[in-house]
Design a protein around this ligand. Structure first.
Ligand code: PLP
Length: 392
């Protein structure tokens, strides 16, 4: 059976580094900074890249290679590189591909640190970003300049859980010969494969559902061999590589990604349906609720709706505060994609630094709650949220 004909779940479990002389069943942890050579000729050939092998763990390591190979198989990508964090992946990807004077177009609803990178740091190198609102993909073409290189987006978005039409983005990018880069963190490779819709590169923060248990940080970029080569060369020199330990943890995590994500999504949909009929909730957003403005697009490009539910409680800031202070079991934390359900108040935490109009532009209201639905029994998740809503 050829590996490439295997199903997602099988690849996630079976794609593995070759065994050592000990014939271990599970891939061991290769905690080594460097690798040795038999003679000077072997060393020369390795450094000249005439032979593919590990030299130094800033470049590659058996654990990081196993993790990257798996993500490539799961995303349908040719090649990839693994980073210490999701932000290292975002930063190195752009830094490797953009030059001073380049321009890019991005959806306004991007991860907070990515927004800071685009607006605070890239202008230092004369790299400008034009934003389009999440519901106005149609204005992208009007933002294209002669120096535009990249279209960038996340879907579903954070924290608004909006969905962007990846097929449409792919068509626009292709028509104008621009690179399309998608941060696929919220969907995971299990729910959505942007390369199928025309993305050139896909970025993940592996810290979230890929790890799935709130333990380690990690990031990865996968896509065309040619672009990854540029990203690899930049990263080899600048040193943002993922540690072998984290790669080992994350590769094991991928073995259970499909079963975990199925349950996350089942729980999230049940919670979203519960909230939709609750009198103290103004609105609920979840990609697989029929009431979601991009429900049809979500159904087209996602296998299931993901684990993030956004909703607004009655009573503005005060209502939000009462809700959070009444939560008993769920965790008050800023992370997401953990086995433990997490509730976050974007307006006062992750997105507190945004100007009022920026908050409005990405749909953050004072009473908005972002819930990362975990793997506890859904009845207990709903019970906790229900009792907190009674206090609002
Ligand atoms: C968390 C996150 C990142 C950054 O990842 P880190 O691993 O925290 O650096 C980037 N994009 C999205 C959509 C995220 O949720």
């Amino acid at each position: 059976m050829s590996m490439d004909s295997q199903k997602f779940e099988t690849q996630a479990v079976r794609a593995q580094t070759g065994k050592t002389q000990f014939r271990e069943h599970s891939t061991p942890l290769y905690l080594t900074s460097g690798f040795v050579f038999d003679d000077s000729e072997e060393m020369r050939a390795a450094f000249a890249e005439e032979k593919q092998r590990d030299l130094y763990s800033r470049y590659s390591n058996p654990n990081t290679s196993e993790f990257v190979d798996k993500i490539c198989k799961l995303e349908g990508a040719e090649d990839g590189f693994a980073f210490a964090t999701g932000m290292a992946a975002v930063y190195a990807t752009f830094a490797a591909l953009l030059n001073a004077g380049d321009h890019m177009i991005s959806c306004r609803s991007v991860f907070g640190a990515t927004h800071a990178l685009f607006t605070k740091y890239f202008p230092k190198w004369d790299i400008e970003t034009s934003y389009f609102p999440v519901n106005q993909i149609d204005i992208i073409e009007s933002l294209i300049q002669p120096n535009t290189k990249i279209i960038y987006a996340e879907s579903p978005t954070n924290p608004g859980v909006d969905v962007l039409d990846l097929e449409l983005l792919g068509k626009i990018a292709k028509k104008h010969k621009l690179l399309l880069i998608i941060d696929n963190c919220f969907a995971t490779p299990y729910l959505q494969n942007p390369i199928k819709f025309g993305a050139d590169l896909v970025i993940h923060s592996a810290t979230k559902l890929i790890d799935g248990q709130g333990r380690v940080l990690g990031g990865v970029t996968v896509g065309s061999r040619e672009l990854i080569r540029e990203i690899y060369l930049f990263s080899r020199v600048t040193g943002p590589a993922m540690s072998p330990f984290n790669a080992w943890v994350l590769s094991k995590s991928l073995e259970t990604l499909a079963v975990r994500t199925d349950r996350h999504c089942e729980n999230a949909l049940k919670l979203a349906e519960f909230l939709e009929s609750h009198p103290k909730i103004n609105w609920v957003k979840y990609p697989f609720l029929k009431s979601h403005p991009q429900y049809e697009v979500a159904k087209k490009q996602m296998k299931l709706g993901g684990n993030i539910v956004a909703f607004e409680v009655n009573g503005g800031v005060q209502g939000g505060k009462m809700f959070f202070d009444s939560i008993k079991m769920c965790s008050l934390s800023a992370n997401l994609g953990d086995s433990r359900t997490i509730v976050t108040h974007p307006a006062s935490t992750t997105h507190a630094k945004l100007a009022v109009e920026d908050k409005q532009a990405v749909g953050i209201t004072d009473g908005m709650v972002r819930c990362s639905v975990g793997l506890e029994h859904v009845d207990d998740i709903i019970k906790d949220i229900e009792q907190a809503l009674e206090r609002v």
